[in-house]
Design a protein around this ligand. Structure first.
Ligand SMILES: [Zn+2]
Length: 422
């Protein structure tokens, strides 16, 4: 029999990365999915999921929803019908890096020994120090002018292969939802568009996305957007210059005063910060968009209050100026729901150990998919599991073949272990 060239998860991964699936962050806000490409990969995943059902004579249902999500259901194994309900999820889009070649041409390099890896296109180099952990395994990269897309096709491949494995080996599994969704990189995970009853039946929402192999995020930021809408007054700067209330200058002043607060570039530790992300404007009107970030929601709210106070102080220093503050909650920390289920982390650690993977518990300094879910469904514990993508969101992104396989094994062990949790 002909030996496959690569391990099964890698075979699958290589197939998925060749299907372009970037989202379009410039698409209108309510457009879902933002690109046709994402529908193409969604249809492939949907068909493969249904095929797994046919191959294993199990009634798997799956469909591509109009918003581009793939929503599949795998019934429990016999005797595990009353086990807890697991949702496994990954996103189909890859990071929309500007001016990337849309078609990804993956390269599988021989087992890594030492030194930098030079990619053929665009002079992209992967530095040796980033590769140190992959000694002895084959390394998968793009050709250097596109993002490989291990974020999050490693997630798609490891979930699909793990489901295939537990079905063919007939090991323990409770009822499972398989959810693949588009436009995650742009924060458009449409959690509120999911059937409420279904989401509320989930006992764990495990996103398999990004991060080092074995990293489990049991907490993350709570994120809000604060927009200052500054109204000034415009006039001809010559004869009527004295009438100008310069909104753009007020915006600059507001940002400069924010320097006295913790910002991403001057914060002392991994605590909360204020980030003036974007500024636009002229004399008549200007906007400053800030994203305060903190692990605790209570701290996030304090940061928002600080910004309101700042807005009021700045407005009072400029006669004729008005500053309105708009606050939007983007996502909330996953910490509380995970902490409320104390069996989860030990269960995950045990499952990973069986797959030869050490669990590294961490707090994501950002918002995970679970954090977007928890904004609408705060009670569903939603950890995030990394399966080994490195340098993601860059043309130097890479992943190791053995890491991919072990990550998949870990997902399969999680499915088994979760079936036994009471
Ligand atoms: Zn991702």
């Amino acid at each position: 029999m002909k030996q496959p060239r690569y391990q099964p998860t890698t075979e699958r991964f290589l197939r998925y990365v060749k299907i372009p699936s970037q989202g379009d962050p410039k698409a209108p806000k309510d457009k879902r999915p933002t690109t046709e490409d994402q529908l193409i990969i969604a249809r492939v995943l949907n068909e493969e999921l249904l095929q797994l059902g046919r191959q294993n004579e199990i009634e798997i249902t799956s469909e591509v929803l109009p918003n581009g999500m793939v929503l599949g259901h795998v019934p429990a194994a016999k005797g595990f019908e009353n086990s807890k309900h697991l949702c496994l999820t990954a996103h189909v889009d890859t990071y929309p890096y500007p001016n990337s070649t849309p078609q990804v041409t993956p390269i599988v390099h021989p087992a890594y020994v030492e030194g930098d890896i030079n990619l053929p296109a665009n002079g992209t180099i992967i530095p040796a120090k980033e590769l140190a952990k992959l000694v002895g395994q084959r390394v998968i990269t793009s050709s250097g002018d596109s993002v490989l897309g291990a974020d999050d096709k490693a997630g798609l491949a490891s979930i699909m292969q793990a489901v295939s494995k537990v079905l063919s080996e007939k090991t323990a599994r409770g009822p499972m939802t398989i959810l693949f969704f588009p436009d995650e990189e742009d924060g458009r995970f449409h959690a509120e568009g999911l059937p409420r009853e279904l989401v509320e039946s989930w006992d764990m929402f495990l996103s398999v996305d990004g991060g080092e192999l074995g990293e489990v995020d049991s907490a993350c930021y709570s994120g809000r957007t604060v927009t200052f809408k500054i109204t000034g007054k415009d006039a001809h700067p010559g004869p009527y210059g004295h009438l100008i209330v310069p909104a753009q200058v007020i915006a600059a002043d507001l940002i400069m005063r924010m320097q006295a607060m913790p910002t991403p570039w001057n914060k002392a530790d991994h605590g909360g910060y204020q980030f003036p992300k974007e500024v636009q404007g002229e004399a008549g009107a200007a906007t400053v968009t800030c994203i305060p970030r903190a692990f605790e929601d209570s701290t996030s709210l304090i940061l928002v209050e600080e910004l309101r106070t700042l807005g009021a102080a700045v407005a009072s220093d400029y006669e004729g100026c008005k500053i309105e503050v708009e606050v939007k909650h983007q996502y909330t920390s996953t910490a509380d729901a995970i902490a409320a289920n104390p069996l989860l982390m030990p269960m995950l650690a045990g499952a990973l150990r069986k797959a030869g993977v050490t669990l590294i518990e961490s707090r994501a300094e950002g918002g995970t998919d679970g954090a977007m879910l928890n904004l609408h469904f705060p009670n569903v514990p939603a950890p995030n599991f990394g399966v080994g993508a490195h340098l993601y969101h860059s043309w130097a992104e890479f992943i190791g073949e053995d890491d991919l396989e072990m990550g998949m094994d870990a997902v399969a062990e999680i499915i088994n272990a979760f079936a036994y949790i009471k």
